[in-house]
Design a protein around this ligand. Structure first.
Ligand code: HMG
Ligand code: MG
Length: 296
């Protein structure tokens, strides 16, 4: 049976903007974040501490953190020790680390093999958990890799198990290039929910092939009630060729509400936040619910 509540983890300010070629001002990003919080978003990835040479758009992570309202669970994404210390210095209480199941993707994204990344992360995560920091582990290429093709679900489960053994609070399992179909989504998430009943389980679908909403419905049926989403459908990973944004928050929220699943989010205020960021990004926003909002 379906849940009567679900949680949206807004990733627009991070996943949504990291791939944007036009540098968005810190002020516009802060307005976007505030608008999303006003709409009722409780959990969000605010920014990332990554190399500004690799991802110039996120170079203002420190200023973002210094100026946001830190109500709810506000994440900062980071891959390494340097990013973790910068985030903690800036007052972050919830961190998201990331690693790819596929070696070739992880090399392109973080310049390390998957096992090198995991070896470096282990002591860092153990320490964060001792310090009481909320840790979310983002698992990229959990279904398909842009370089290696289909990923063996056993490898995804094994990687998740390592994080669970280290005590992470949440797994965010990602279809990085939007290639998974609803049957695959149901099967993987059913398996993960069964193997790891005590960790928060979140699904992160990119909408490259327009299967994200169907995948979300399939994951709901598998018992998942947490979904990463990007307002306006913005984004994609700069190191995953052809990847487009996550499923749009406004379209997911609409679908969930229509099914009687509460999110605590106000759809009009959410679209208002999208309207505020739209002039600052390269492409017009073209999601179902945003189009209806504009034509009202
Ligand atoms: P590298 O070049 O191997 O590392 O990059 P390095 O240690 O030699 O560092 C290079 C420079 O960056 C140095 O500066 C470091 O100090 C600096 P320099 O001495 O040359 O002036 N640096 C940093 N600065 C700020 N914050 C940091 C940091 N670390 C190093 N944390 C590195 C390795 C990991 C740094 C690089 O590959 C990198 O930044 N990668 C990030 C890539 C990225 O952001 N990808 C997108 C996010 S993941 C994603 O989108 C997937 C997800 O949505 C799920 C899904 O959909 O699959 C989560
Ligand atoms: Mg992503």
């Amino acid at each position: 049976s379906l849940p009567n509540k679900a949680t949206i983890i807004e990733v627009g300010p991070r996943d949504g903007l990291q791939n944007e070629g036009k540098i968005v001002s810190t002020e516009s990003k802060l307005e976007f974040i505030e608008g999303l919080q006003r709409a009722g978003i409780q959990e969000m990835e605010l920014t990332s501490f990554v190399s500004p040479k690799w991802v110039p758009q996120m170079a203002d992570a420190k200023e973002i953190l210094a100026n946001v309202e830190k109500t709810g669970r506000q994440f900062v994404l980071t891959p390494n020790e340097k990013g973790i210390s910068l985030a903690l210095e800036s007052g972050a209480k919830a961190l998201a680390v990331f690693v790819g199941v596929s070696d070739s993707f992880n090399k392109k994204n973080i310049n390390k093999s998957t096992s090198e990344s995991m070896a470096a992360l282990e002591p860092l995560i153990l320490k964060l958990k001792e310090e009481g920091i909320f840790v979310r582990a983002c698992i990229s290429t959990a279904f398909y890799c842009p370089f290696e093709g289909a990923v063996d679900p056993e490898k995804t489960v094994a990687l998740c198990r390592q994080f669970v053994d280290w005590g992470v609070d949440e797994l965010s399992v990602a279809d990085t290039i939007g290639m998974a179909n609803p049957v695959e989504s149901y099967e993987l998430f059913h398996r993960l929910k069964t193997e790891f009943p005590d960790v928060l389980m979140t699904a992160h679908f990119h909408d490259t092939r327009k299967m994200a909403l169907a995948n979300i419905f399939a994951s709901l049926q598998a018992g998942v009630d947490r979904f990463d989403a990007s307002a306006g459908g913005l984004g994609g990973c700069p190191f995953a060729p052809g990847a487009t944004g996550n499923a749009a928050t406004e379209d997911i929220v609409n679908m969930l509400h229509r099914m009687g699943i509460d999110t605590g989010i106000d759809l009009d205020l959410l679209c208002e936040a999208v309207a505020n960021i739209e002039p600052h990004v390269s492409n017009p926003v073209d999601t179902g619910m945003y189009r209806l909002y504009k034509n009202k």
